[in-house]
Design a binder for this molecule. Structure first.
Ligand code: NI
Ligand code: MN
Length: 227
């Protein structure tokens, strides 16, 4: 599966010829100045929760690409009500849906969720994505949670995308435990370095995962990797 990192918690995967973009936050990210948001492709935009560092560029990218917004009911409704962009698929926790690229399940995250204008953003979540090309889990912004033990019951994972920046989400030590809860050996780290609160030591992070037999991948912003 092709995975492209756009900085912070924004990335896209290509499955079945579709571009699935997650948590678009590019123009507000000092580290992603070299990314042209108008060139970002999306057939679907999956949004984990309502915070600005996950939705800021979603209205513009949605209008550019005519992508379908997939998120919880409150966030999908906000795109319709506030942005006049009704092309969305609302979900809620524990629910799954078969799209034309694979199955998406909206799963628990322990965090908060309010939209940039103060609108209630529902409860925050993550996504489990299952497809003919493989399965992966994106945790969203979350603490380490016992609920992660449900993920390997639902599906075996090819890789997982976990926040590792600490302060607002799990840090490295808890993300290592999460990788064990979800029984996944290949982890892509996100939600680090963007702000002062979440700067990490890359080599130390890679080392801590390696000590538990896991590979932590930290692609560069704009880089596409095969996972
Ligand atoms: Ni957040
Ligand atoms: Mn965040």
């Amino acid at each position: 599966m092709k995975f492209t990192y756009y900085g912070h918690a924004c990335f896209s995967v290509q499955i079945a010829g579709k571009n699935i973009l997650f948590d678009p936050f590019i123009t507000g990210n000092e580290l992603a100045k070299h990314i042209d948001v108008n060139q970002v492709k999306a057939d679907y935009i999956l949004i984990s929760h309502g915070h600005a560092d996950h939705v800021a560029d979603a209205p513009a990218i949605a209008r550019n690409t005519q992508a379908t917004i997939v998120s919880n009911y409150e966030i999908v409704s906000w795109f319709g009500d506030k942005h006049g962009y009704p092309k969305g698929h609302p979900m809620n926790h524990g629910g799954g849906w078969n799209f034309n690229f694979g199955k998406v399940k909206y799963v628990n995250a322990v965090h908060s969720s309010v939209l940039p204008d103060g609108t209630y953003g529902g409860n925050p979540g993550g996504f489990l994505l299952q497809s003919a090309e493989g399965n992966f889990y994106y945790a969203g912004d979350t603490a380490l949670t016992w609920d992660m033990k449900l993920i390997p019951i639902f599906a075996g994972l090819q890789f997982a995308v976990l926040p590792i920046g600490n302060n607002f989400t799990m840090g490295i030590d808890d993300a290592v435990i999460a990788s064990e809860f979800i029984e996944c050996e290949t982890i892509i780290g996100v939600h680090y370095d963007t702000f002062g609160y979440i700067k990490i030591d890359h080599q130390q992070a890679i080392q801590k995962f390696a000590e538990r037999g896991r590979q932590l991948l930290l692609p560069k912003i704009g880089q596409t990797i095969e996972v």
